[in-house]
Design a protein around this ligand. Structure first.
Ligand SMILES: [Zn+2]
Length: 711
């Protein structure tokens, strides 16, 4: 995921010490007098945020002051007596709000990765204020008049393609926000936006609180099954943290619950935690999200109508590569049918194994992950745990750096002297092949209660050169298991792909080479943005690349051929389940956002009706149930969860260009990928960029083949 527009963690002294280096104390940032560090000129190297000086109490006043200055700038654009021009209106808008954007980017990054009660309060206070600020700009009649005047005269202005794109996108943003509507409709839009912002904030707090409230306290060691030793140690520490004298606490964080579901042979405990996970936000308690999300869907339907669209999905998709809900549903249907059949045959295999082992009855949802691992061992002789030692987080990180080096010549130099928001965070200066500075990359790897779930990337500074060169500063965030007392964090192969994924987003931000910030890096259509991230995953799966980075954390031994072969042979195993849980969630998202009437639906019944319609089997639940579907109710992915699959069509097809070239690091193909797509940001439409790279439209075949869905 990516932040805000796209959603989705930090590094510690323990880990640094483990790689044989003591982290020197941060150099320390200098700010004059008693100025709020968020508003001051940053004296740090590369102008990175002075995290060591920024305290909880700085955010609210800085962001409010930023908004006030932004408003003044807008007022002076509107009051300009000169006729509207590209420079005095569009570029002036592009320059406006810089201190506000800078402070809120830092705030967004820190609250995502290292929040606390105070910061949550600030978020609650700011959500409606920021929504209102945005509306004040985008619904400002005088401002829109000037934008429209420039837009209407666009053919005679002699603008270059990037300027023309900026103009089109600026005008479109105003129209899509309601700037062309009558005043009564604008007033209602403002109310709707404010209420959605408050509900979304509450939704996300409820998910975090429901996740943290659950604790499966295990007291009998046999109930842990064959849980890896590192995770047993973490579970024991978690039990202490939660006030238990002894035993192990398993939590609803994915690195805790998933291995437990895979390992434990105690069906009752598996059911307890599975239900705990699936029922978050749906427990009819004070943290229930059902009414909140139904209200949000109804408000979005009402807003779409005001803006002239049949549904919220139609509104959202009109600004994406997919363009219409019909095209999204077409893609989902095309993948759903074969995937459901494959999932059913996976179920049969597991049911047979379960009964053969003497466990009576029918396989259920809480059994799926456990028997998946059993079948994986039986059929492919692949033990996931045997893989773990080859995927220590630093080895995988260096593997991703190596791929970026082979493709684009980039190098990554660790800079433990730069300020960080958490001691676990790692910071790297990214350099071009010739040694020149490209940007800064932060990596925050480990799960902790102050961090939201999942993985994501955000930008602290976007590349641009409107007023001198601004170099990109990007962050990547993950929820990998915290290092053991030896400083070791072993991650799964899936986690390794996640690491590559977020670094893919980071590269998209780092390699940006455009003039205007609004069109920079990952500022592209949502169903195109996952291309830059997902394409990186392809290299990490290739045997020749695995042999370069997957090395045993103790011995340094390269992953044995036997394990690589097994990984290859089982590559499409369980893809029925993975595809079905994903596509079911995508359908659910589309259902909530295809309401033609602004009516609040009863969430449980609504979800069940949609899952019955698509024929979802009861052993699988959607990857996100409505009440904790943060992508769509607390992130920027409403009517957009399909985007990962859409982008996978592109990335699987694009990777074939390297396969066809006969060299996974073919320099000409890599240069084309960088020049035609990754450096271009949003200066051209996604499909145009894709065609410029590939010379043709994408084919869905590589995706279906890759998932074992093509017979
Ligand atoms: Zn992503």
């Amino acid at each position: 995921m990516r932040a805000l527009r796209h959603l989705s963690l930090p590094l510690v002294l323990v880990a640094l010490a483990a790689c044989g280096r003591e982290a020197p104390p941060p150099t320390g940032s200098v700010i004059s007098g008693h100025e709020n560090p968020l508003l001051a000129q940053w004296q740090t190297e590369f102008e990175v945020p002075p995290f060591d000086l920024i305290k909880n109490e700085h955010y609210l006043p800085a962001i409010r002051e930023g908004m006030a200055r932004h408003k003044q700038e807008i007022d002076s654009i509107v009051a300009n007596p000169e006729p509207a021009t590209f420079a005095n209106t569009i570029e002036a808008l592009e320059r406006s709000g810089a201190p506000y954007a800078r402070a809120s980017r830092v705030f967004g990054a820190v609250t995502g990765a290292n929040t606390n009660d105070t910061l949550q309060d600030v978020e609650r206070t700011l959500a409606p204020e920021e929504a209102a600020h945005r509306d004040d700009i985008l619904l400002n009649a005088g401002l829109y008049q000037r934008v429209k005047a420039v837009y209407d005269g666009r053919d005679s202005l002699g603008l270059n393609p990037e300027q023309l794109m900026l103009l089109e996108e600026t005008n479109k943003q105003f129209v899509r926000s309601g700037a062309a509507l009558p005043d009564s409709a604008k007033a209602r839009l403002k109310e709707i936006n404010k209420e959605i912002a408050e509900l979304s904030q509450k939704f996300s707090e409820n998910v975090l609180d429901e996740t943290n409230a659950y604790d499966l306290h295990v007291t009998d060691t046999t109930d842990l099954g064959d849980l890896p030793a590192g995770l047993v140690e973490l579970a024991a520490a978690e039990a202490k943290r939660r006030g238990h004298d002894a035993g192990w606490s398993v939590t609803l964080q994915r690195p805790s619950i998933n291995p437990f579901l895979e390992s434990s042979t105690n069906r009752a405990l598996r059911k307890n935690i599975f239900d705990g996970y699936a029922m978050r936000g749906d427990n009819d308690n004070e943290r229930d999200n059902k009414t909140i999300l139904s209200r949000m869907a109804a408000l979005r339907a009402e807003r779409a109508r005001l803006l002239g669209y049949a549904t919220h999905a139609a509104y959202v998709l009109s600004d994406n590569m997919a363009e219409t809900p019909e095209r999204v549903m077409g893609l989902l249907d095309q993948v759903w049918r074969p995937a459901l059949e494959v999932a059913k045959s996976e179920r049969t295999d597991m049911q047979t194994l379960m009964n053969a082992e003497g466990v009576a009855g029918t396989l259920e949802g809480p059994d799926w992950r456990h028997y998946t691992e059993r079948v994986r061992r039986e059929k492919y002789a692949l033990d996931q745990q045997a893989l773990l030692p080859y995927f220590e987080v630093k080895a995988v990180r260096d593997g991703v750096f190596m791929v970026a080096n082979k493709l684009y010549g980039l190098t990554f130099v660790e800079r433990s002297d730069l300020p960080r928001w958490h001691p676990d965070q790692q910071v790297f200066e990214v350099k071009e092949a010739d040694g020149s500075h490209l940007g800064v990359l932060y990596m925050d790897f480990f799960a902790r209660p102050s961090k939201q779930g999942g993985a994501w990337m955000n930008e602290l500074q976007e590349q641009s050169r409107l007023d001198g060169e601004k170099d990109p500063i990007v962050t990547t965030n993950f929820n990998f298991p915290a290092p053991t007392s030896e400083g070791v964090s072993l991650i799964t192969f899936d986690d390794a792909l996640t690491l590559a994924h977020e670094c893919g987003h980071a590269l998209h931000g780092l390699l940006s080479d455009v003039t205007y910030e609004s069109l920079s890096g990952t500022n592209v259509a949502r169903d195109f943005v996952e291309f830059g991230s997902q394409i990186m995953e392809n290299w990490m799966e290739e045997p020749e690349v695995l042999r370069l980075y997957a090395k045993h954390y103790q011995t340094g031994e390269v992953i044995p051929d036997e394990l690589v072969d097994k990984l290859q042979a089982s590559a499409t195993f369980n893809q029925g389940f993975i595809t079905v849980e994903f596509v079911a969630a995508a359908y659910l998202d589309m259902a909530w956002h295809s309401l033609t009437e602004p009516v609040e639906k009863e969430a449980r019944a609504f979800e069940k009706a949609e899952m019955d319609r698509i024929g979802l089997i009861p052993e699988i639940i959607p990857r996100y149930r409505s009440a904790y579907f943060s992508h769509i109710f607390a992130g920027g992915y409403s009517a957009g969860y399909y985007a990962y699959l859409w982008a996978e069509v592109l990335d699987k097809d694009a990777f074939q260009a390297f396969v066809e070239a006969g060299d996974l690091f073919d320099p000409a193909t890599a240069k084309r990928l960088r020049d035609e797509i990754l450096s271009k940001g949003g200066t051209r439409r996604g499909m145009e960029l894709y065609r410029a790279f590939r010379g043709r439209d994408p084919s869905i075949e590589p995706l279906l083949k890759g998932r074992g869905l093509l017979k």
